[in-house]
Design a protein around this ligand. Structure first.
Ligand SMILES: CC(C)(COP(=O)(O)OP(=O)(O)OC[C@H]1O[C@@H](n2cnc3c(N)ncnc32)[C@H](O)[C@@H]1OP(=O)(O)O)[C@@H](O)C(=O)NCCC(=O)NCCS
Length: 180
């Protein structure tokens, strides 16, 4: 077996592998696909919205040419809905987006057989490599404190409580400040 290979993709470059990425999602979220918010169709819809936003980028990890994980995100634009579900107070101006300030890491996932290997961190770092934004934000489910702890180990800090969609579970927003 060859080591993992990471591939960067832009929105156009994602089209031909989108079905494969949906399969990876379906495998990882198998026990939650019955929840409307986590259905493949809704995930695909959110992925589609992401690809339309400037700054979209994805990194896909392959093991023996089979995708085993990926991450993607986009640059938050002025007037973005990203912060609309924020439930807690934040400092003035903290959610002001300029179209170049914040990279929103929308999804990060790896299949079970490569968990705990550091591959997720490699995908994450490759996605951010060379990006110009001064900060990165992501949402982590309130019910997943171990995932939050992982992000804290990567340098992320808690920012606020978020309900990103009316039928979504509660999330915490986290922020990674970057030297750019
Ligand atoms: C999050 C993820 C990319 C991290 O991969 P990794 O760096 O290899 O780290 P691990 O898989 O070892 O996860 C770290 C810890 O979080 C826990 N964890 C990971 N995903 C979890 C989930 N969906 N729900 C609850 N706990 C989870 C793991 O059990 C592990 O805990 P442990 O140290 O006690 O074993 C990977 O676990 C994953 O793809 N999870 C499913 C999808 C997901 O939840 N993505 C994050 C969305 S914010």
């Amino acid at each position: 077996m060859n080591g993992p290979r990471l591939e960067r993709r832009d929105a156009a470059g994602l089209k031909d592998i989108r079905p494969q990425l949906l399969d990876v999602y379906a495998e990882i979220y198998a026990d939650r696909l019955g929840e409307e918010f986590h259905s493949v169709a809704r995930f695909d819809e959110r992925l589609g919205w992401n690809t339309e936003v400037p700054g979209f980028a994805a990194v896909v990890a392959y093991l023996d040419d089979v995708p085993v994980g990926y991450a993607y995100g986009c640059t938050l634009q002025p007037g973005t809905r990203w912060w609309n579900g924020l439930r807690t107070a934040v400092p003035k101006g903290a959610t002001e987006e300029t179209g170049s300030r914040t990279f929103a890491l929308s999804e990060l996932m790896v299949v079970e057989r490569v968990r705990g290997t550091g591959l997720a961190g490699q995908i994450h770092d490759e996605l951010l490599r060379g990006r110009p934004e001064e900060r990165v934000t992501l949402l982590v489910e309130r019910d997943h404190p171990k995932v939050r702890a992982l992000y804290e180990a990567w340098g992320y800090e808690w920012f606020g409580e978020v309900l990103p969609f009316p039928d979504a579970p509660p999330y915490d927003a986290m922020i990674l400040r970057r030297q750019v």
